[in-house]
Design a binder for this molecule. Sequence first.
Ligand code: NAD
Length: 256
Amino acid sequence: MQLSDVRAIVTGGVSGLGLAVAQRLVADGGRVALFDVNDDKGAAAVATLGDAHARYFRTDVTDESGVAANVAAARTFLGGLNTAVNCAGILGAGRVLGREGAMKLAQFQSTVMVNLVGSFNVAKAAAEAMQHNDAGEDGERGLIVNTASVAAYEGQIGQAAYSASKGGVVGMTLPMARELARFGIRVNTIAPGIFWTPMVDSMPEEVQASLSASIPFPSRLGRPEEFADLVAYIVGNRYLNGETIRLDGAVRLAPK
Ligand code: NAD
């Protein structure tokens, strides 16, 4: 797919990695629908991206009917829908057995709901719309890109819920790609290492410093533009399908 033809939903698209993806896609001539639950940042993002190219749709990715309705509305605004990039996510950090007792089930559930169930919810609604697209080269009709994390593979202490949710995203990538192949819809996942975004900004400084020091090369946090660059590459390379790609400077997270 040409980047200028991209008509994309980007969840979590008003902040961090999702916003960088939206900026990159618009810069390359595409149009984006930002699905998020942060109205202020949504308005700010559209002001920067331009309202001809971007629109904010207040959408909780865990809401099945809300997502379905907004996928339809986004398709109208975009003039079609051929790409969905799932970046909405929450950290949900917490120990299984903390000082105040065992983790509340609600905390585990909400992390899995947003990161895993939310990604599935958007992917299936987007695929339902994309199946009707005219077929492009090789019969291509669409692309879904999910965001996992290296914590899917080496989650740290305090990441049981987060790692479970991201492991689920990695796990559904291949079966979804296999199933949607008959419609010409590709499914790929990016597993980022540690990137400079508001999610990391909220961590204590000493945690940020030790995170940077743990990255072999380049020994710094990833830049959101580098994530967006990989999304753009996936858009353009039709042979990339059913894969989870680590983007992490060779980092392997320590237990804590
Ligand atoms: P961020 O906090 O800047 O952005 C996440 C966005 O998701 C926010 O705008 C938030 O409002 C939105 N969101 C949260 N819950 C939502 C919901 N229920 N419905 C719709 N939107 C919702 O974080 P980020 O660092 O840009 O993270 C983006 C993705 O990348 C997340 O899935 C995160 O787990 C993943 N990730 C980030 C890093 C990192 O180092 N920053 C590393 C690995 C994976």
